[in-house]
Design a protein around this ligand. Structure first.
Ligand SMILES: [Zn+2]
Length: 219
């Protein structure tokens, strides 16, 4: 699922982001990819990829969680609040700090909307019942998140090696350094090799594949 933003000119940093065409994937879980929908969390400029009901529905659809009911503006606000609480809680977990009490309370509240999973075979393949609304979709994501954060698998969570990138990913090998080798890995390697020319030109950005088209956008 692609979600396009119109051309965006950020004058404070003179960064032109032509398009943000793709939601982040590859962090190891849908909820970790949700954390990455706020690009530039640690930078001066942020782009929120789920800032409208349509964008949130598109993200949920892309992650197999499209609800049967409508997605409204308050669902967007709830998602953004939960995403940031989950991000703070995840960073606290990765860095060995105690999560904030308010964030834990918020996550507990969201979990109250969770419902049992049930299976469907009407399309031939096994699938889960769709969430009835965005709150249930968010609760499923939160369930996955807290099961990982509160269990032994949390040892396999790692912050991206680019400390201006806020992404966290799951890696059992202990060898992976970047949330995206194409984006953060290339950026860090380029910065080391040629600091003066680290920023890609507009032309090079336009010629990149969709997965790295947002190279210059906040990650
Ligand atoms: Zn990264």
């Amino acid at each position: 699922m692609h979600y396009s933003l119109d051309a965006l000119l950020v004058t404070s940093q003179t960064i032109t982001v032509a398009t943000v065409t793709q939601f982040a994937t590859g962090n190891g879980a849908a909820w970790l990819d949700l954390l990455a929908t706020l690009r530039g969390r640690y930078r001066d400029v942020q782009i929120d990829q789920v800032a409208t009901p349509a964008a949130l529905r598109a993200w949920l659809l892309a992650n197999g969680l499209e609800p049967t009911g409508a997605v409204a503006a308050d669902d967007v606000e709830r998602t953004q609040s939960v995403r940031e609480a989950l991000h703070r809680t995840t960073v606290a977990t990765v860095t060995g700090r105690k999560p904030a009490r308010g964030d834990v309370r918020l996550l507990d509240d969201i979990l109250a909307a969770d419902r049992p999973l049930s299976l469907r075979t009407d399309t031939g393949a096994l699938r889960l019942r769709r969430p009835v609304n965005a709150a249930e979709a968010l609760a499923r994501l939160t369930r996955d998140a807290v099961q990982l954060l509160a269990g032994p698998q949390r040892e396999n969570l790692h912050a991206c090696g680019d400390d201006t990138c806020s992404s966290v990913f799951l890696d059992q090998t202990g060898r992976r350094r970047w949330c995206s080798d194409e984006r953060c890995g290339n950026r860090m390697r380029s910065a080391r090799i040629a600091p003066a020319s680290a920023a890609p030109t507009e032309g090079s950005r336009r010629n990149t594949s969709p997965s790295v088209v947002d190279d210059a956008s906040p990650a």
